[in-house]
Design a binder for this molecule. Structure first.
Ligand SMILES: [Ca+2]
Ligand SMILES: [Ca+2]
Ligand SMILES: [Ca+2]
Length: 163
């Protein structure tokens, strides 16, 4: 993003880079982004500031994707994903349930308060777990994997103590 290799990113460079990524923020928004990232207020973003800002920005994008994904599962928009809705989604995605687990398995893993449906909070937790697994396996980069492999969750400390 640092096109003149000055070691810092200026407003122009940031604006250009964002456009390259298909992000069409208006100048005032880019300025706000720069201000937010420019921790030492020298008007440019240096490497450390850039890393911090990028991570923050990715987090926001992820939240947005997550919400969109949740809504695409939640057909009747009541804020919960039921087993029926999940089954429908699995069909649409064309997921192999023998390998990735059935809707029932997925709900069992994701349903932390055991009310039989997945609310947004549970969905978030489930996706976080999935994406950290996916990034470790480093396949399907950039494509948010909509469903986890619940039977092979190796991490602990997620509230599921059973083995
Ligand atoms: Ca700075
Ligand atoms: Ca629903
Ligand atoms: Ca639940």
């Amino acid at each position: 993003m640092d096109f003149d290799h000055s070691g810092t990113i200026t407003l122009d460079e940031l604006q250009y880079a964002l456009k390259q990524q298909g992000s069409w923020l208006v100048e005032s928004e880019v300025q706000a982004l720069l201000d937010a990232a420019d921790i030492d207020h020298d008007g440019t973003i240096d490497y450390d500031e850039f890393i911090a800002a990028t991570m923050h920005f990715c987090q926001l994008e992820k939240e947005e994707h997550l919400l969109k994904a949740f809504h695409s599962f939640d057909h009747d928009n009541n804020g919960y994903i039921t087993k029926e809705e999940l089954e429908k989604a699995i069909q649409v995605i064309g997921l192999d349930t023998t390998e990735d687990g059935s809707a029932e398995d997925i709900i069992k893993v994701a349903d932390e308060d055991n009310d039989g449906v997945i609310d947004y909070k549970e969905f978030q937790t489930m996706m976080r777990r999935t994406s950290s697994q996916a990034s470790r396996a480093s396949k399907s980069e950039g494509v948010p994997s909509p469903l986890p492999s619940p039977s092979r969750t190796e991490q602990n400390g997620t509230g599921f103590g059973k083995r």
